[in-house]
Design a protein around this ligand. Structure first.
Ligand code: ADE
Length: 250
């Protein structure tokens, strides 16, 4: 029995009008290797397959007028219910709707999603989903940033990439993501590699010293300096948490 069969495989289910966009970038590199090794699974369903009229319509003009089209709740509802029926009752699955109006994706959310059994992602197009479907199925709206994409598929890829790299076995060394930006609350330190002299530029001397303790100290300071200058908001949150942790210990 393979490792993937022995334990539950983290499962991504996508509802999309463009299933051919997947796995796309998720079929390469870390996520792609994980997919091939069955450390996670991806299945796509075409929302149009759940339309029932002869033109296979999935959208309609908004009530109240205005531009664009809105995705019909009856069509998306059939698609979601089809998935719900196919999921084991014991599975803890997140139902996510990528949307610029959603909660901003961060590392904490990615980690929480990776600890579930999987995710259903409903990809919107046009002006998005009828609000009744969002509320009826309690879809969690997740934004990947304060800008508007042309569809939920691109956002779904970003969300999935952030999540699947955290699944056990997907990264070479299981601990390697612990030093990533945001995992510590700070941005990551600078990195340097060969050649030692490039265009007359040398890496910081300390990194060539072989003194692991001093290197770790330099990296920690470097991470703090970078965070303070680039993301004062993160630095303030880091300092506040540190202060609380110290108080807890006292
Ligand atoms: N769909 C369109 N724009 C988006 C965004 N910024 N985040 C998530 N989904 C989206």
């Amino acid at each position: 029995m393979t490792q993937a069969m022995a334990s539950k495989v983290w499962a991504a289910h996508l509802l999309t009008l463009f299933p051919e966009m997947f796995p796309g970038p998720l079929g390469h590199s870390l996520a792609g290797r994980g997919l091939k090794k069955q450390l996670w699974s991806l299945d796509c369903h075409n929302i149009r397959d759940f339309a029932t009229d002869k033109h296979a319509n999935v959208d309609a003009p908004p009530f109240g007028g205005g531009h664009g089209m809105v995705m019909r709740p009856d069509v998306i509802g059939r698609a979601i219910e089809h998935l719900q029926d196919s999921l084991p009752d014991s599975h803890d699955t997140a139902f996510v709707y990528p949307s610029p109006r959603g909660r901003l994706l961060d590392q904490k959310m990615a980690r929480q999603l990776s600890q579930k059994d999987g995710m259903v992602i409903v990809c919107g197009r046009y002006e998005g989903l009828d609000q009744r479907a969002i509320e009826h199925y309690q879809l969690e709206e997740v934004s990947i940033g304060d800008y508007v994409l042309s569809g939920g598929e691109q956002a779904a890829m970003v969300i999935l990439d952030a999540v699947v790299r955290l699944l056990p076995g997907v990264m070479g060394k299981e601990i390697s993501h612990l030093e990533d930006s945001f995992e510590t609350g700070l941005l990551e330190h600078h990195h340097y590699t060969q050649p030692r002299d490039w265009k007359g530029l040398e890496p910081p001397e300390i990194l060539l010293s072989g003194h692991h303790q001093n290197i770790a100290k330099w990296r920690a300071e470097n991470a703090r300096d970078i965070t303070a200058s680039r993301r004062p908001d993160l630095m303030a949150a880091y300092m506040a948490k540190k202060h609380l942790d110290t108080e807890d210990k006292d």
